[in-house]
Design a protein around this ligand. Structure first.
Ligand code: NAD
Length: 469
């Protein structure tokens, strides 16, 4: 970071002003707009990830005891793929898009020009600290913006490594990392930005949006919610169970925004499904999952206490049919299934974001859609396991969510041709692939005319003859 800011012990309003001023100057000089600059910065991210894989894995282990394979795939490989795609496609993305014109403006031609917003703020969350920080940054660079990235203070080893690496590898006159929590983020949010991209929970999203409103700054809000999994009986039970486990416990031990939050299935099918979960969970994580190296820990004692409260509520006492073990010292909770949980329980009324999986039971699988829709909020993702064509159609037609997946969980995240984002309480705006470029570009409408065919009808005097034309 710039030397003026470095000297300050606290990152306050003045320091935030200095950062934004420097970035505004760089942007105004046109530095970030050049194609070559964009390519150089995307290549720098790629190099940074390639040369520092062991350090990144170590930081994620320190912050979350994240298993190495999960770090390699979800934080490093996915980010590298994002960079490679942008490097390959950016030359097409930046081209003006031809638009059709109408008779009213004949003769004319038109195009949509993508221009960078300017100086943007990216605020990210702790659960995938590298991916959630740098994935939006890739889009912001490809679109030609100057950027401040504010990683989450809840994953301090990752935040500090990110700050160090970005400063070392990237152009610090245009891209800066500001570390910190509420004080630092509040100082940043007081500034005028051209776009704010926030990943995190809905409570803070409201603070971000209120701050943005003061300057009429547009926002993308990547939030969470209760992502349901509806399970029909007409399925390949083992494959379905494994895919739900992979999306729940195989994604940071349930601490992922699109992890399955609860299961809805029929009373008749539930015993078979629970048995299958028990079998596969033991196969994957052994008889004592608290000892498993393949499960992340809970990020901190606050989240451990929050999850414990959900398990200890009277309304769910006696509902645990698998797991439930806790290790407060090492912040571990084993994969836990709760059967036939009342819908008015605490666990069904907030995003779980951890290794607990409640089952809601219905008489007929068709009733599941009413359960999902009765929550009154739209989830970030919704999943359905079935072979029934009609049920799939009903799912797509009646369930509103950021994204839907049939017969798998979470993998839509890796499909760059699909927009990734929420709706309603799960967020607004989307990114990934070209959608990331679009999220950080203003689509400027440009109409070109010559001097021919100057229609006299638009000019006064407005005679009756002109009215009849
Ligand atoms: P968090 O605690 O890391 O907070 C997110 C960011 O908000 C951090 O950078 C933090 O410093 C900042 N922040 C905290 N308090 C603030 C305040 N008072 N003012 C301004 N900024 C403040 O992360 P979290 O919110 O616990 O993340 C979990 C939530 O995020 C879940 O709801 C999850 O579903 C959601 N999430 C969504 C996505 C997605 O892509 N849609 C990805 C990950 C997480």
């Amino acid at each position: 970071m710039g030397s003026e800011v470095e000297k300050k012990a606290v990152f306050d309003m003045e320091a935030a002003k200095v950062v934004v001023k420097e970035l505004r100057e760089s942007f105004a000089a046109g530095k970030t707009k050049s194609y070559e600059w964009r390519v150089s910065q995307l290549k720098a991210i790629l190099k940074m990830m390639e040369e520092n894989e062991p350090q990144i894995i170590a930081a994620l282990r320190e912050d979350l005891s994240k298993p190495e394979l999960e770090s390699s795939i979800y934080e490093i490989a996915m980010l590298k793929n994002t960079c490679k795609l942008a490097l390959k496609e950016m030359k097409h993305w930046i081209l003006p898009e031809k638009a059709k014109t109408s008779l009213t403006t004949f003769p004319s031609s038109a195009e949509i020009v993508s221009e960078p917003f300017g100086v943007v703020l990216v605020i990210s969350a702790w659960n995938y600290p590298f991916l959630l920080s740098l994935d939006p940054v890739v889009g912001a660079i490809a679109a030609g913006n100057a950027i401040v990235l504010k990683p989450s203070e809840i994953a301090p080893a990752s935040s500090s490594l990110l700050a160090k690496l970005v400063e070392t590898y990237m152009d610090s006159s245009c891209i800066k990392v500001v570390e910190g929590g509420v004080t630092e983020t509040s100082a940043l949010l007081e500034q005028k930005w051209d776009k704010i991209f926030y990943t995190g929970n809905g409570r803070i999203a409201r603070i971000v949006m209120a701050a943005a409103a003061k300057h009429l700054t547009p926002v993308v809000l990547e939030l969470g919610g209760k992502s349901p999994v509806i399970v029909d009986s007409d399925i390949n039970l083992q494959v379905a169970t494994r895919r739900i486990i992979a999306g729940k416990w195989g994604c940071n031990n349930g601490q992922a925004c699109i992890s399955p939050d609860y299961v809805v299935t029929t009373k008749d099918y539930a015993p078979k499904l629970v048995d299958s979960f028990k079998r596969e969970l033991e196969r994957f994580y052994g008889k004592n999952p608290l000892e498993s190296k393949d499960l992340s820990r809970i990020v901190n004692s606050n989240h451990f206490a929050r999850l414990s409260k959900l398990l200890d509520e009277d309304k769910v006492s006696g509902k645990i049919v698998h797991g439930g073990e806790r290790d407060k010292t090492n912040l571990k909770i084993s994969p836990t299934i709760l059967l036939d949980v009342p819908q008015d329980s605490l666990i069904m009324n907030e995003e779980i974001f951890g290794p607990l999986l409640p089952f809601i039971l219905v008489d007929k699988v068709e009733d599941s859609f009413d359960v999902v829709n009765s929550t009154g909020t739209k989830p970030l993702a919704a999943y359905l396991f079935t072979n029934d064509k009609k049920l799939k159609e009903k799912f797509v037609a009646t369930v509103s969510a950021g994204g839907l997946v049939v017969n798998d969980t979470t993998v839509h995240l890796a499909v760059h041709t699909l927009p990734f984002g929420g709706v309603g309480e799960s967020g607004m705006g989307a990114y990934h692939g070209k959608f990331s470029f679009d999220a950080f570009s203003h689509k400027k409408a440009v109409l070109y005319r010559g001097f021919a065919a100057d229609a006299f009808v638009r000019y006064p005097p407005y005679t009756n003859g002109k009215l009849r034309l």
